[in-house]
Design a protein around this ligand. Structure first.
Ligand code: HEM
Length: 423
């Protein structure tokens, strides 16, 4: 409880699958990357403990539903995340990043983590829900999502389930964060229903969707759950990766200089487009390294629907399975000097996001993050657009630590923007 990141790393030395107790529950912890891939690829598991806890908050959205319902909703939402569609989001991602940097003043401190949380929220709002989320809604969501995620994190680490029921200030804060988020989401849906137009975005897709067999559409509750799921899964995660990348760039001037040289060579003064993304190879390596060091879902869970064999271990129906992308991605046997931020690890790597067994920042198999390409595109566009005109310097003060209470956030991230002289 006190040192969870260290704890998950210690499990590695105990074998491929380790049985531990979390409260009264036996949990089978998988440490071997090939077995993790086997679990992710198999259709014989449900989302498990995390799904149960998240369902309390986001209801029945893609992250928490299983089986046929999951297949149906995934099929429905997939078109909004196709590569071609995402290429069409690049301009919006760039414009919103530029809008953010236009508010910066040379030498005037910003809270970079907060800036990026707001940016990713606006990007999801504008690209997936066509709306420019009004200022008050953005404030509400930026404030409520971390409170909500922290509450879910606490509940996942509390297998007995007692702490979540006590009338503590943290629990009251959690409950009211959820209420506020639901209100925002219901307002977005009401606006769409009132407008009645097809905006060609996820929200319209959900509203207009009909089951091929029954002809039934999704209920308001189902739509509300999916919208909340996307706001939850697609904003803080991406914002944190951007924040960590900026943190390491500020700590490592030689990495920053190489990034700036690449951006200058590929883009010069020109605005980044979808066609440039593949040419920004060093920038891509920086993003991969941030994803390796800070996998936002740093524990993932599953539950066996039938008896299953993992390596030489037989697990019964209902077995609870856990694994940690954080521990896998910091294994010194695979990533020498694993705690060092070193984009050059990826220099000659042409593998795709799903080819390295020990690299699972977006999960894998049929539940692989639906927003993986969206997030990679957003991170590339945001980093390139910032690096064209700005450097972010660190501000002296207490060291930046990893806050693992839900995702992997920087504990704080004050930075000073410096405008880059042209040429
Ligand atoms: C750097 C950013 C991101 C990271 C690290 C990340 C990570 C993940 C991971 C690890 C999973 C798999 C969970 C599991 O297997 O149990 C997942 C699922 C999911 N993610 Fe992401 N994600 C990111 C960005 C996004 C974005 C931008 C969106 C949408 C706008 C999104 C929406 C989802 C959804 C809906 C699921 C559930 C997919 C399913 O079960 O079918 N994520 N994400």
């Amino acid at each position: 409880m006190r040192s969870p990141l260290r704890f998950v790393e210690t499990l590695r030395s105990h074998g491929d699958v380790v049985r531990i107790r979390l409260g009264p529950q036996p949990v089978h912890w998988v440490n071997n990357p090939d077995l993790v891939r086997q679990v992710l690829a198999s259709g014989s598991f449900t989302r498990g403990a995390q799904g149960d806890k998240l369902r309390i908050v986001i209801g029945s959205g893609l992250v928490t539903i299983d089986g046929d319902l999951h297949r149906r909703h995934r099929r429905l939402m997939q078109p909004a995340f196709h590569r071609a569609r995402i290429a069409g989001y690049v301009e919006t991602m760039r414009e919103l990043t530029t809008e953010m940097t236009q508010r910066w003043r040379d030498g005037e401190r910003i809270e970079a983590d907060r800036e990026f949380a707001e940016l990713t929220l606006r990007v999801v709002g504008k690209t997936l829900f066509s709306t420019h989320l009004a200022g008050d809604l953005v404030d509400e969501v930026v404030r409520s999502i971390p409170l909500m995620l922290r509450g879910v994190g606490r509940r996942i680490r509390d297998p007995i389930g007692l702490r979540g029921k006590l009338p503590t200030p943290a629990n009251r804060e959690f409950d009211s964060a959820i209420r506020r988020l639901r209100k925002v989401v219901d307002r977005i849906i009401a606006e769409y229903r009132a407008g009645g137009d097809d905006h060609g975005d996820v929200a319209s897709m959900l509203l207009l969707a009909h089951d091929e067999e029954t002809g039934e559409g999704l209920s308001n509750q189902e739509i509300s759950d999916e919208v909340l799921t996307l706001l939850t899964a697609g904003t803080e995660t991406t914002a944190n990766i951007l924040a960590w990348a900026m943190h390491h760039l500020a700590e490592r001037p030689e990495v920053e200089a190489r990034l700036h040289a690449e951006v200058e060579a590929v883009l010069g003064d020109r605005a980044v487009t979808a066609e440039d993304l593949a040419s920004l190879r060093y920038l891509h390596a920086i993003v991969m390294e941030a994803l390796r060091l800070y996998p936002q879902a740093w524990i993932l869970t599953r539950r066996a629907l039938a008896p299953v064999r993992l390596g030489d271990i037989e697990l019964p129906t209902g077995a609870s399975i856990y694994f940690s992308p954080y521990a896998l991605q910091r294994d010194p046997a695979i990533y020498p000097n694993p705690d060092r931020f070193d984009p050059d690890r990826w220099a000659d790597d042409r593998s795709t996001l799903t080819q390295r067994p020990s690299f699972v920042p977006f999960g894998g198999g049929r539940r692989q993050c639906i927003g993986d390409v969206f997030a990679m595109t957003e991170l590339t566009v945001a980093l390139a657009t910032i690096a064209q005109n700005w450097r972010l310097e660190r501000v002296s003060g207490p060291p930046v630590r990893i806050d693992s209470s839900s995702t992997l956030k920087p504990s704080h991230l004050p930075m000073t923007p410096r405008h880059k002289p042209r040429g």
